[in-house]
Ligand binder design. Structure first.
Ligand SMILES: *Cc1c(COP(=O)(O)O)cnc(C)c1O
Length: 211
């Protein structure tokens, strides 16, 4: 793994989808503690076979009928993409006597292929969510557009950062904005430039070029 990535340990969610327990263990042994999965079943299948101090993040689309299974296992859900899902997470969290940390996924580039809120819905959604006592809204998650133009990608990440700062101005009992999740293997340098606080890195973490 590149040395640069070791230095970013506190910001990296290691995306371990399609990776084995042994591969996860190798990265864990280098000091990484945040791991992310995009499917509930896969996350569930790994939790019992990996070190218990791993903080698991859910980064992929979450179906409402799977919420009850994972809220207690996840330290952060990045991919809350509808108000109905938010409502469901709140209700299940109340049942299970917990408070669930979440990010709102925002579809800034308005790509049809992506889940998420439109940029202009986010502030109102947070305010409407003030009735939910069993969630804590920590910030937003953005997926960079699947294009090669770096200036346009950077622009999307900066738009996300602006929105993140606007969210920070909301004073509400269940809001504590400190997380801007943006950046994957291909575009994490651009995301860092735009002040991302969490990178979701998969392929680049498992490349075998040693430090
Ligand atoms: C797979 C995935 C990643 C990691 O992608 P890489 O290109 O392998 O770094 C990040 N975020 C989400 C939502 C993903 O599904």
């Amino acid at each position: 793994m590149k040395k640069e990535l070791l230095n970013l340990k506190d910001k990296i969610v290691v995306v371990s989808k399609n990776r084995s327990i042994n591969e996860i263990r190798e990265i864990y042994d280098q000091g990484f503690r945040m791991f992310g999965e995009n499917r509930v079943q896969e996350l569930l299948s790994k939790v019992d076979y990996t070190p218990s101090d791993i903080q698991w993040h859910l980064i992929g689309h979450l179906q409402r009928n799977k919420v009850s299974k994972i809220i207690k296992l996840c330290s952060l859900i990045h991919s809350v993409d509808s108000f109905r899902l938010l409502e469901k997470i709140n209700r299940e969290s109340k049942k299970q006597n917990t408070i669930t940390n979440i990010l709102l996924q925002v579809n800034i580039a308005l790509e049809d292929t992506k889940y998420g809120f439109n940029k202009n819905e986010v502030l109102d959604t947070i305010k409407k969510a003030s009735v939910f006592n069993n969630i804590l809204i920590k910030g937003i998650m953005v997926i960079g557009p699947n294009i090669s133009d770096e200036k346009m990608i950077l622009d999307v990440f900066y738009q996300g950062y602006d929105l993140y700062n606007k969210c920070k101005e909301i004073k509400q009992h269940n809001v504590c904005i400190d997380t801007y999740s943006a950046g994957m293997s291909n575009d994490y340098k651009l995301a860092l430039k735009a002040n991302s606080t969490l990178l979701r890195l998969g392929s680049i973490m498992f490349e075998k070029d040693n430090v």
